[in-house]
Design a protein around this ligand. Structure first.
Ligand code: HEC
Length: 124
């Protein structure tokens, strides 16, 4: 019985790891086209940005929500239904970059779950 339990835990862990590595691949294709993973190092990089870097976005969300669950829920909704009213980022960001276009039809719910699992792990 114990062995089965251990095997189950192990499998759950592997499944979780799979989700995270799938999430990274999906992030690279579906989000990184606009969101660079890290903050810019130079003025030229800064001027080339078309969306806030993910490092900054995730840091801001961490300070805005009490729990990671709330933050995950926010991302899941915002990616599909972004509005000015819901935005948690500073208003200057929207002024500078414009509102994020909805990714409805670009990313499925399942893919989004994996992306969020990756982001939550990457930017803890
Ligand atoms: C076409 C460009 C583009 C793509 C693709 C894109 N985003 Fe964004 N995103 C933006 C811009 C611009 C903003 C800043 C304005 C805003 O908050 O709406 C933003 C803001 C955000 C925010 C912060 C929202 C807030 O206001 O607090 C999150 C979270 C986010 N994006 C997640 C994602 C994820 C996850 C993906 C991939 C599934 C993604 N984005 C794909 C352009 C993009």
């Amino acid at each position: 019985m114990k062995k089965i339990l251990i095997a189950c835990c192990f499998l759950t862990l592997i499944a979780q790891c799979d989700n995270i590595s799938d999430g990274k691949k999906l992030y690279d294709v579906k989000c990184a086209t606009c969101h660079t993973p890290t903050r810019p190092n130079s003025m030229a990089e800064m001027n080339a940005l078309i969306a806030p870097p993910m490092e900054g976005v995730m840091f801001h969300l961490k300070t805005s929500f009490n729990t990671q669950e709330e933050s995950k829920k926010f991302i899941k909704d915002y990616v599909i239904n972004p509005t000015k009213e819901k935005a948690m980022c500073m208003p200057q960001k929207i002024q500078k970059f414009g509102l994020m276009p909805s990714q409805k039809g670009v990313v499925t719910e399942d893919e989004l779950d994996k992306i969020i699992a990756y982001l939550s792990e990457q930017y803890k």
